[in-house]
Ligand binder design. Sequence first.
Ligand SMILES: Nc1nc2c(ncn2[C@@H]2O[C@H](COP(=O)(O)OP(=O)(O)OP(=O)(O)O)[C@@H](O)[C@H]2O)c(=O)[nH]1
Ligand SMILES: [Mg+2]
Length: 351
Amino acid sequence: MAVDKAVPLCLPDNHTWDAEEQCIHINEGAPRNKLQLCEEGLNILKSIDHSVVVVCITGPVRSGKSFLLSQIQNGGRFDVHHGTTSKTTGIWIASPECTVMRNGHPARLIFLDTEGLGSLNTSDGNEDNTWERKLLALSLLLSSYFIFNSQGTPSYDDLLKLGFLASFSEFVKKAKLPQRRGRPTPHQSNTSLPDFLWLIRDAILQPELKNKPCTWSNYIKETILQNRNASSPDQRNQIRNSMIDTFGEIDAESLPFPSIDRVVIQTLDSPEGISNLDPTFNDALQHITAKIIESANVKMEGGKVLKGRDLADLLQAYVNVLNTPNGIIDVESAWDCLTAAKEAESFILMK
Ligand SMILES: Nc1nc2c(ncn2[C@@H]2O[C@H](COP(=O)(O)OP(=O)(O)OP(=O)(O)O)[C@@H](O)[C@H]2O)c(=O)[nH]1
Ligand SMILES: [Mg+2]
């Protein structure tokens, strides 16, 4: 099943997806209580009988995430909005009819767009302060390639936006990961957690280290992620340590302004806007797209490459736990339970 327009995969329970009209209805009088899976999005995952490469984007609200994800792929389109109200709610999915080869096998690309971090004006006035962290825990568990999108020269404030990583363990008991030192490459690893790309938007300055030009990747690693006092329990260090524990590769790339023309920026998602994109933006976008399509790994769990329908099963199990008060997802046992259930099912079918 290929979908040209993105559909919701997971919404707050005060939102309803109208599949016929292809729009969201919001029960504004009701608070957000639970995560709610959406049939249409879930069916995309269930219909995929290939292994999957899952690219997910997160980052501050209104920072061009949906536009970027729409441009990266050949098809699947995420809604872009030009006002100050946050647009994307929950997690949205698109999976254009496009396979990539991984270890000699075809794998299907899946793109997940997430609700912006730090939104002050969600359309339902969300006041659940655990919502963001639960959604991010889920996004991390689903993805094999995690893009953190930020605008302008990265700062410690941007690092703090990744603060949810330090509280990841509130919601998730991680699978046993190999130690960082001597850790296998992502291609050999059984880990279920993704590679990380810090994507710097509207970048104009040249990154430097000791007054010499460097790559954004080295800049991020040697400045913002450099832990100068490992024993200090401050929040920055907690986040840095969590990043090292959580991700495989850590990389960074930048994109310049899409245009200096305000009208172009405000019509970016239209054919005219796209045809007026600055050539340097287009070149950088092409480079980043190629990098993601070539290097993003297949999603693995328990040493096994996951198919779309496996991921759908896991997603349902994860959401059930996150909707339970104080529920903690045990990644390893969730997978073991599902594998055991499937083995039992195939045994019954064989009999
Ligand atoms: N300056 C700038 N604006 C951009 C860029 N990419 C998209 N935009 C504009 O930023 C605005 C928001 O774009 P979206 O893609 O909806 O942003 P988002 O991060 O998905 O927003 P939320 O879903 O609300 O968190 C739109 O007006 C876009 O045209 C960019 O690289 N630089
Ligand atoms: Mg968006």
